[in-house]
Design a protein around this ligand. Structure first.
Ligand code: FES
Ligand code: FES
Length: 211
């Protein structure tokens, strides 16, 4: 709460970037530059910098993992940026940042969506679920457990996105065929090539959920 208030008040003063956001941007090559005393990190991961008047910020309420969050956001900020950099939900990963890899997959009203292609303002009023929202306290959810049991990852970078695509499938279709499983994760790339284990994990999770 304190963090949110701090971010909001910084925005009202007309400039903002957290120390963490700056370091993250610098580390990924995204550029944050001072322009007339105002600094913005580009959520799109490009080299764009811009000055933005405080009155351009939008006040929204995002419902994430069952909790409402009152936020001030730039209209151009992606849901991925807000989840990771404002709310600290870093389970959702940024891979390509442009709708090609699926690492950023979250559920919006139970439907898998790329958070990098969704503006935060678009998600207002919807139920957003991230990989953190599948936990029951410290206990893994059925899909998460199945990925561990079936050894369905190597580096793990694509895993949260894969898990959310499978979760979205099983919420709609509790007893999918293998073709349906393959189709459901076809928008999630795994450069480690763990696909056969991912398919097995999805089938196993479906079975466990039906029990
Ligand atoms: S980061 Fe969103 S699809 Fe690659
Ligand atoms: S486990 Fe490494 S990219 Fe999928």
């Amino acid at each position: 709460m304190k963090k949110k208030q701090s971010i909001a008040s910084d925005h009202r003063r007309g400039w903002s970037i957290s120390r963490r956001g700056f370091l993250a941007s610098a580390g990924t090559g995204a550029v944050a530059m001072a322009v007339s005393g105002r600094i913005f990190a580009s959520p799109m991961g490009n080299k764009e910098t811009a000055e933005m008047a405080p009155d351009v910020l939008s006040k929204i309420t995002l419902h994430v993992n069952g909790h409402p969050h009152d936020l001030l956001v730039e209209p151009r900020w992606t849901l991925l940026h807000v989840l990771r950099e404002t709310l600290g939900l870093t389970g959702t990963k940024e891979g390509c940042g442009r709708g090609e890899c699926g690492a950023c997959t979250v559920l919006i009203n139970d439907i898998p969506r790329y958070a990098c292609l969704t503006l935060a303002v678009e998600a207002e009023g919807a139920a957003v679920t991230t990989v953190e929202g599948l936990l029951d306290g410290e206990t893994l959810g059925p899909v998460q457990s199945a990925f561990v049991e079936e050894d369905a990852f190597q580096c793990g970078y694509c895993t949260p996105g894969q898990i959310m695509s499978v979760e979205g499938l099983l919420r709609k279709n509790p007893d999918p065929s293998m073709d349906e499983i393959r189709m459901a994760v076809s928008g999630n790339l795994c450069r480690c090539g763990a696909y056969s284990h991912i398919f097995k994990a999805a089938a196993s999770a479906a079975k466990n959920r039906r029990k």
